[in-house]
Design a protein around this ligand. Structure first.
Ligand code: ZN
Length: 125
């Protein structure tokens, strides 16, 4: 059974990892967007592509862990922010995984490649 595991190729995060809170690093699992409208269809396809999986898998029973999403994939909880309450993480409908993805997608600009390299180095520390 691979149902408990993050669908992204090369990622070993599982549900049990998500239950174990290691300090700040809290992993949550996100279900694939359901076919509802054109937007969710496109996003869903994008998620599948970004998993870089060579094998067939069923997105309906798969999840992607929060490690592949940046803060910008979440709506800001301004209300709670202002009140100083614990923030609720609202996942954006258009969020796509971007971190730790083995991508074949070309970089947006020529200078982006160098920056990615530098960021990758920094992340390793
Ligand atoms: Zn993952």
């Amino acid at each position: 059974m691979t149902g408990n595991r993050c669908a992204v190729y090369g990622c070993n995060n599982t549900f049990s990892t998500s239950k174990r809170c290691e300090g700040e690093r809290q992993i949550s699992m996100h279900v694939f967007p359901k076919f509802k409208d054109l937007v969710s269809q496109t996003i869903r396809k994008e998620w599948v592509t970004r998993c870089s999986r060579r094998d067939k898998f069923n997105p309906d029973t798969s999840r992607i862990c929060s490690e592949h999403f940046t803060e910008t994939n979440y709506e800001r909880d301004l209300q709670h922010e202002l009140l100083g309450l614990p923030l609720r993480k609202q996942f954006k409908k258009t969020a796509v995984p971007t971190i730790g993805i083995m991508k074949k997608i070309p970089p947006k600009s020529k200078s982006a490649g160098k920056r990615d390299e530098r960021m990758a180095k920094r992340r390793r520390n």
